[in-house]
Design a protein. Structure first.
Length: 288
């Protein structure tokens, strides 16, 4: 395949990666076939393609209308019912609805989320297609940089091993899980920028990074996942970090299980103080 066609198909993959792309079934098959060819060249990835062909889609019980929405093998074409669908037409909690192509996972599920095969050979491509490029990053950092940093840490085999509770070797997760992973990568970029600014005593950068970290509690995937839990506490945590609170920054890293930021000390009591409301940022002069 020549380079121009490669670039064209890659561009179309990125444009069509969302849940309801406008595309024909034949185009979908072309793109999926392209992903399959690339996937076979990547020997280190698990070879579990839930959606490698139309026959596989049918075997999964997914309506044929859903095929046009599938671009990557990682996509199962199986969606949680939206809030509107739950309200207007109750869907069976375990079976796909043959007309809607959705199911109701119960109150814990994310409305409208698609179930993703986390063992798929093109999972990296799917994850990259979900990058929330409207979420800000520190100056000098692009989403391409952030994705490279993410994939340098993300181990698909380890993810499968740690989440394969049934021992089947197949793990499915809601698309919201991927979105949260990517939002967390943005947080990592800002926390990295904060520690770098702390080392050079750049108060302006520390303030900016802390405020963004606080505001990140309102980012779409986080809001959909936590549904407002600890919202004000997370905002306050950001204000503490913005004010130059090193302990709060370390506690934030520990809260997210980012051990690479750790200085080796235990800051769990700081997290407890922040979440309980006992630790707050001092007001700026004139704000009282």
């Amino acid at each position: 395949m020549n380079e121009q066609l490669d670039a064209d198909i890659d561009a179309r993959l990125r444009r069509q990666a969302r849940l309801t792309p406008e595309m024909s079934e034949s185009t979908c098959r072309q793109l999926v076939n392209r992903a399959e060819v690339e996937a076979r060249a990547r020997q280190k990835r698990i070879r579990i393609g839930l959606i490698g062909s139309l026959a596989a889609v049918i075997a999964l019980g997914v309506p044929s209308a859903a095929v046009a929405n599938v671009v990557f093998q990682a996509q199962t074409g199986r969606f949680n019912a939206s809030e509107e669908q739950r309200a207007s037409s109750p869907v069976d909690e375990t079976e796909n609805d043959s007309d809607l192509g959705v199911f109701d996972p119960g109150s814990e599920g994310a409305p409208g989320a698609e179930w993703i095969d986390m063992g798929a050979s093109d999972l990296d491509q799917y994850i990259a297609s979900r990058a929330p490029r409207d979420i800000p990053l520190p100056d000098g950092v692009t989403w391409d940089d952030a994705l490279a940093n993410f994939f340098s840490r993300f181990d698909q085999d380890a993810y499968i091993a740690s989440n394969d509770l049934g021992g089947s070797g197949q793990v499915a997760a809601e698309s919201l899980v991927v979105d949260i992973m990517l939002e967390n990568q943005a947080r990592r970029e800002w926390l990295t920028a904060w520690f770098e600014a702390y080392d050079r005593e750049d108060e302006a950068m520390m303030s900016e990074a802390g405020l963004v970290l606080g505001q990140s509690a309102d980012w779409p995937a986080e809001a959909a996942s936590t549904r407002g839990a600890y919202l004000e506490q997370m905002h306050e945590w950001g204000r503490l970090i913005a004010a130059g609170d090193y302990e709060a920054a370390q506690a934030y890293a520990i809260y997210h299980e980012w051990s690479d930021f750790s200085d080796g000390k235990d800051y769990s009591d700081v997290s407890g103080e922040i979440l309980s409301g006992a630790r707050v940022a001092a007001p700026e002069a004139g704000d009282e």
